[in-house]
Design a binder for this molecule. Structure first.
Ligand code: BEZ
Ligand code: FE
Length: 288
């Protein structure tokens, strides 16, 4: 095609798909839609060449920031609400299964395996509030799921995850807990506090361009796995936290908001939190 015009450019590019090398139906579907939306976006905003060059430079700088400590593109996707959207598309909810939400960039593999009820707290912080978290993991018919692993992680009262804070011990506020034969789990932890997602570099540049802020409400991350069930990646939010209605990554769901209640006088924590989870069978989830 020698005569590309404003009118035909989108179709010309789409017609080039798979012309010289075989591509799968899925590749074709993804690329056609991507090209249509990208071209539509450029036309909508009448993108200037300077803005195009700025975007190329921005993406280059974002890529250069990626390391095992920081995945800048996940952050950019979070700020744009893309991770939460993709999560909802991948984990549709059709019944009483617990809703999932974003994984975020702070998960670490191989957190310490701990006995039921153990504490993830390895370092004291002034003003910290301890919490006993417990509940049940069940299937969608209410049957207990024994042997499910809950991988837990949260920020410290200074707003930092352990792997971003040289003053916290390795794996502080992280742990893996197994449900007993009744599906019960329990662990001790700290009340999570709101914290800013990284607001420097390209993530901060994007947030400021959007006129948004960096804060997330206080939450405890949980990933639950058990052979035969759909894995759950989710978060429990503190009902009293700031930013529940203005999360910088749009990940709050009403069903995930939990009540951190004052513990009984004789308890060894300041607070208690009860939160139950329902997992669908993998076969059920795939059928849905
Ligand atoms: C988090 O909750 O850890 C998180 C999620 C998305 C972006 C940044 C942080
Ligand atoms: Fe988090």
């Amino acid at each position: 095609m020698r005569n590309v015009t404003m009118e035909n450019v989108t179709d010309v590019v789409i017609e080039s798909l798979g012309k010289h090398e075989k591509i799968s139906a899925r590749q074709g579907e993804i690329m056609e839609s991507l090209i249509r939306h990208l071209h539509g976006f450029c036309k909508d905003v009448k993108l200037t060449h300077d803005e195009f060059l700025y975007a190329c430079d921005f993406l280059g700088r974002a890529g250069a920031l990626c390391s095992d400590k920081r995945q800048e593109f996940i952050l950019l996707g979070d700020i744009l609400g893309v991770e939460v959207l993709v999560d909802m598309l991948s984990n549709p909810v059709s019944g009483n299964e617990t809703v999932s939400t974003v994984l975020g960039p702070f998960f670490r593999e191989d957190a310490p395996v701990m006995p039921k009820g153990a504490s993830t707290v390895q370092k004291e912080f002034e003003g910290q509030e301890t919490v006993y978290v417990e509940g049940y993991v069940r299937d969608t018919d209410g049957n207990p799921i024994a042997g499910a692993i809950l991988d837990i992680w949260e920020d410290a009262p200074n707003g930092l995850y352990e792997n971003h804070d040289p003053d916290q011990p390795e794996y502080n506020l992280r742990g893996r807990f197994e449900t007993d034969e009744t599906g019960h789990y329990a662990f001790r932890a700290l009340r999570p506090v709101p914290y800013p997602i990284p607001g420097d570099e390209t993530a901060g540049e994007l947030i400021r361009y959007m006129g948004h802020h960096c804060m997330r409400p206080g939450h405890i991350h949980v990933m639950i796995t058990r052979e035969g069930y759909r894995p759950l990646i989710s978060q429990i939010y503190d009902s009293t936290s700031d930013y529940l209605d203005e999360d910088s990554v749009f990940a709050v769901k009403e069903e995930l908001v939990g009540e951190f209640r004052k513990a009984p006088e004789d308890a060894d924590t300041d607070l208690v939190l009860r939160f139950d989870f329902n997992l669908p069978l993998k076969s059920q989830a795939m059928a849905a």
